[in-house]
Design a protein around this ligand. Structure first.
Ligand code: GDP
Ligand code: MG
Length: 439
């Protein structure tokens, strides 16, 4: 459907003037796209009406085609609906900051507690303490201990014989004694919301006086996630939401509905099972994702942490106009080593959801070393024009790099496939089919 929407947008883009009928056609597609992305139908309805109104009342901007203008309104409205800007986590200036994690069983509370601790240490220089407040689920305490060990963050537990209320009281004292400035409380969940759980959470809230009550919801559960968010918010007055499992193929429509139903900001997005798989939530990027257009900005941000932005821009341009060479591939390798797996990076690009065989892109650190050795044994000319690599050149490269001919052939094949993928992702020669292009 993302494709259908795009086709409609392309069609409109080609015209000089956008008519009421065009807007109608387009909004029908937008409506379907949103419903397919699992946005609540009531939210969709009011959204579509808002956009129609705005689109019709607008003067045509000279810098945009009418089609682009409508798209811009759709994107802006989607972004606004999710809170506009990234909302940061509440940190207290009177330590310790207390963060209480709540949510249903399996939503990702324990995992996110660890991720958040790591994030706060890395980005905010905090010294977090993780508190094992889930005494019901077998092995929940062990799970948190394991997470803590993995990232070298202390975990406070009192076993499963003491009430969560008492655990939290003691944990707060412990944090003060140890000068730990951030307390993250992992609480118990249930499969469904029930009164016993809610009462316990209310009591824990009364004791912990949290600066942040972070509701963790599983994006894959779609509409259920919205109902869960509504109930938790009614009972606990949450202050923020983390949407987990956005790395799956869910398009994240829950994000839209959750925000409009609870009026609480989504602050973080869980992007993998790993401890570093937490990202600040950006409504504008989510808006694009919901519209099925990939999350280029997130890729750039991820890259920015390790790479000079200019390099990245140049790379993106190369990917776009298909002049990506083995030489670029070589310089990417070092970055890939620090950025994380290439396949994960590629998954975030526009159109990546259409691509099969991404697994083939996985490379271990050792494989990367080998690939680098091979490319380094090529002349610059060969790196730019791999089609020139005949048998005798390959033999020379094999000798130079100490790798086998098969390996060289495999690399060339992989590289060709990668270029093919890039082509698929950017929608063919130069003509990028992104309706936001040039805006
Ligand atoms: P809890 O019951 O709420 O504490 O949930 P857990 O933290 O134990 O997580 C439940 C499952 O979801 C685990 O297998 C996690 O690895 C997984 N999980 C949590 N967050 C994410 C995420 O952002 N992406 C993915 N793919 N898996 C996640
Ligand atoms: Mg848990």
């Amino acid at each position: 459907l993302g494709e259908r929407l795009q086709a409609t947008m392309d069609r409109i883009k080609g015209k000089g003037k956008v008519t009421e009928a065009d807007i109608k056609v387009m909004m029908r597609e937008v409506r379907l796209a949103l419903l397919e992305a699992d946005v609540n139908f009531k939210v969709v309805k009011s959204f579509v009406n808002d956009v129609k109104e705005r689109a019709l009342g607008q003067d045509v901007m000279t810098s945009l085609t009418p089609g682009q203008q409508v798209i811009k309104i759709v994107r802006d409205e989607l972004t606004a609906l999710m809170g506009g800007e990234n909302s940061r986590i509440n940190l207290s200036n009177k330590p310790p900051t207390v963060i209480m994690m709540v949510g249903l069983q399996g939503a990702g509370k324990t995992t996110t507690s660890g991720k958040l601790a790591l994030h706060l240490r890395k980005k905010h220089n905090k010294k977090p303490l993780l508190v094992a407040g889930d005494i019901y689920r077998p092995a929940a305490i062990d799970q948190l201990q394991t997470v803590g060990k993995q990232i070298d963050i202390p975990v406070f537990d009192m076993g499963d014989k003491v009430s969560p209320q008492e655990i939290v009281t003691n944990a707060l004292q412990h944090a003060r004694d140890e000068h730990l400035d951030t307390v993250i409380i992992d609480t118990a969940g249930r499969l469904h919301i029930d009164e016993t759980l809610m009462n316990e959470l209310k009591e824990v809230k009364g004791i912990a006086k949290p600066d942040e009550i972070m509701l963790v919801v599983d994006a894959m559960t779609g509409q259920d996630a919205v109902n869960v968010a509504e109930s938790f918010n009614d009972l606990l007055d949450i202050t923020g939401v983390t949407l987990t499992k956005l790395d799956g193929d869910t398009r994240g429509g829950a994000a839209l509905s959750i925000r409009s139903v609870t009026e609480k900001p989504i602050k973080f997005a869980g992007m993998s099972e790993k401890v570093d798989g937490l990202e600040p939530f950006h409504p504008d990027r989510m808006a694009q994702r919901i519209l099925g257009m990939g999350d280029v900005l997130s890729i750039i941000e991820k890259a920015q942490e390790n790479v000079v932005l200019e390099d990245q821009k140049a790379l993106q341009k190369k990917i776009k106009d298909q002049s990506f060479t083995l030489e670029d591939f070589l310089s990417q390798m070092d970055q890939v080593k620090t950025l994380g797996p290439l396949d994960e990076l590629i998954k975030m690009m526009p159109g990546a959801n259409k691509i099969k065989g991404l697994d083939k892109m996985k490379m271990s650190g050792k494989e990367i070393d080998h690939v680098q050795a091979i490319i380094r044994s090529m002349t610059m000319e060969e790196r730019e024009n791999p089609e020139k690599l005949n048998a005798s050149r390959k033999k020379r490269i094999a000798a130079g790099s100490g790798r086998s001919l098969q390996e060289i052939n495999r690399l060339l094949k992989q590289f060709t496939e990668m270029k093919k993928m890039m082509k698929q992702m950017t929608g063919g020669k130069g003509k990028k089919k992104n309706p936001f292009g040039g805006m």
